[in-house]
Write a protein that binds this ligand. Structure first.
Ligand code: GRF
Length: 191
């Protein structure tokens, strides 16, 4: 069984989608959900879906090796960043495979401060014709690492940050769990 730990800071719609996707999977288990925000809605989602969820402090992640040791103890195979807003320290990237989803076509609209509505607002303000999602391996820089998948959507006349966010959300729901599955199974998908 391959084990996933999901890190999320907010609503957790991606986390929920991933949990549901792997609920009855023969060879992948969502071991646990981890958040740095004690009021993150992802905690409620995890509880409803019977997945262990934990709040951790930035210190437990950055200054001590508490979180790292916990992931090792659990024999986590993949760390999934699903709306996780802190920079994951290098020590995690050295020890574990880590994947992230970004709501734009990197390298455009990535980097510090480019998250959530900020991304969609910038894309619309620049009159882009398309946007999309990037699912990528994580290295030591924000929104860097090897791209695994990009999926695009068109930006229509009159598009708003909210309507674009809804399109991006659909792409995230469709592609993220399958990308994680491929990564864990190491089998390239043909279509
Ligand atoms: C998603 O748009 C994801 O691409 C970005 O943060 C958002 C998280 O949303 N990294 P949710 O918490 O999964 O609902």
């Amino acid at each position: 069984m391959k084990k996933i730990a999901i890190l999320a800071s907010g609503s957790g719609s991606n986390a929920e989608n991933i949990i549901r996707f792997f609920q009855h999977h023969p060879s992948v288990l969502v071991d646990s959900v981890w958040t740095n925000k004690s009021d993150a809605y992802v905690l409620e989602r995890a509880e409803r879906l019977n997945v262990e969820a934990h709040v951790f402090t930035r210190n437990e992640m950055v200054l001590t090796d508490q979180l790292l040791a916990e992931f090792k103890r659990r024999e986590i195979d993949l760390i999934v960043l699903a709306g996780f807003l802190l920079l994951l320290p290098q020590k995690f990237v050295r020890e574990f495979k880590v994947v992230n989803i970004h709501p734009a076509l990197l390298p455009a609209y990535g980097g510090k401060g480019m998250y959530g509505a900020h991304v969609h607002e910038a894309v619309i303000a620049n009159k882009e014709k398309e946007s999309g999602i990037t699912i990528h391996l994580v290295d030591e820089q924000y929104d860097h690492g090897k791209t695994l998948i990009q999926a695009k959507c068109a930006i229509e006349p009159g598009e708003t940050p909210e309507s674009l966010a809804a399109k991006i959300h659909l792409l995230e729901m469709e592609y993220f769990p399958r990308a994680i599955e491929d990564l864990l199974m190491e089998v390239p998908r043909v279509s």
